[in-house]
Design a protein around this ligand. Sequence first.
Ligand SMILES: Cc1cc2nc3c(=O)[nH]c(=O)nc-3n(C[C@H](O)[C@H](O)[C@H](O)COP(=O)(O)OP(=O)(O)OC[C@H]3O[C@@H](n4cnc5c(N)ncnc54)[C@H](O)[C@@H]3O)c2cc1C
Length: 441
Amino acid sequence: MTESTNRTADGVVVGAGIVGASTAYQLAKTGRKVMLVDKGAGPGYGSSSASSGIIRFEYTLLTSVIVAWEAAHCWADLGAYLQAPAGEALASFYRSGKIMMDCPAFPRAALRTYFDQLGIEYEEWDAAELRRRVGGINPGRHFPPKPIDSDAFWDDPSEEIGAVYTPQAGFIDDPRLACENFANAARRAGAETVYLTRVVGISAGRSGAGLWRLTLDSGAVIETPLVVNAAGPWSSELNALAGIGGEFAITTRPLRQEVHGVPAPEGFNPPGGIGPCVADQDLGYYLHPEPSGSLQIGGTEPECDALDWVVGPVDAVDLNRTAELFEKQVTRAARRFPGLAIPPRPTGVAGVYDVATDWTPIYDKTDAPGFYVAIGTSGNQFKNGPLIGEFMNAIIETGQSGTDHDTSPATYTGPVTGRTVDLSFYSRLREPAANSGTVAG
Ligand SMILES: Cc1cc2nc3c(=O)[nH]c(=O)nc-3n(C[C@H](O)[C@H](O)[C@H](O)COP(=O)(O)OP(=O)(O)OC[C@H]3O[C@@H](n4cnc5c(N)ncnc54)[C@H](O)[C@@H]3O)c2cc1C
């Protein structure tokens, strides 16, 4: 868009990650003339492209379990969900299954209750079953995670632990492609996608008609009654441009994280297949297999390790993976899988995600009419991408029809569970959620 091009739209979604692309899709389906704007060269080059894309159902709060389970069904038939034309290359949901190693934050009794209520298939494994089902695993108990350079890290395990196995869990093989799939669906529904374009200014319009004026780096201006901040780790910067956030009880800040690639240990992948995803808060890492059979290893942000909070502009973050974090995460995983060969050179990706005070996202209106936020996804919301668009659409429909979502919250009823989610669960004004207080939610 050039300087001379001033435009109007029924709504502008800033950010074409999984959150913005999904939101644009749902808003466009209602017949709104929507613009989806991203500074990147296409959809999904922010947090979403660095995502491990793991789809799991272990959360500490029932609402979060419902949402993850419902969303998994959208991923399972993505083509139908997005009404994609035959021939479009779609991101795939690999149901590799997943094991959640026993740990205090996720007691089996709570998981059992949630899974039984919702009909989520699971198996409870003791240490012997773990050994039988997961090649190369050592089921020793190490909790709480220790710094890898401490002697205590190498202490013998105090006992053995088991795990809860969910066969329907897995991962999305190409999170960036998934964003493109959602952006394509938004376009088919009538949205306009605008890339390589940064929103550099936001002000309430002078017309008095309740319009927002978004200034782009080209100098062009878009006028619109509806703005959705879906800017991921840049969301605080975008809110600051618009003067939004002063009333928020829950705040967000960006965190840098890395995921590393290593060959799978001998026996981890069954013949002709791939092994399960592993969440291991007992040691402080997680891993997922890739379709090729190699492993991606990430961190669960254990308390003993300092978190790499981003200070200053997100664009200034160094996205090269570091030998230090590689060693930390891969060494943790190697304690569980002693046969894991640690390559001499770090490989992997670095990314940034925006963390909310209580590691639960904010999907909400704000005190500025027409300005909405879908932010603070806290490293655990890629999996919920499809539903986030539906949530934002419901919240926006409520707000734009004159109902106050703060006092009469919008709801979402899941077609699979029949459960209704009160969307004030994601309110910016909430008390911090009583969850695990970690990236696991
Ligand atoms: C290393 C890592 C591993 C993860 N693993 C998992 C996982 O296994 N499972 C899971 O569920 N979640 C996971 N997550 C979290 C998940 O990836 C995020 O919750 C999700 O991708 C956030 O999507 P988003 O659309 O909000 O943000 P983003 O994908 O970052 O999208 C925001 C977009 O906004 C654009 N933008 C920002 N400012 C502007 C502006 N001013 N003008 C124009 N455009 C702008 C950016 O270019 C960007 O494309 C992980 C995250 C990371 C970093």
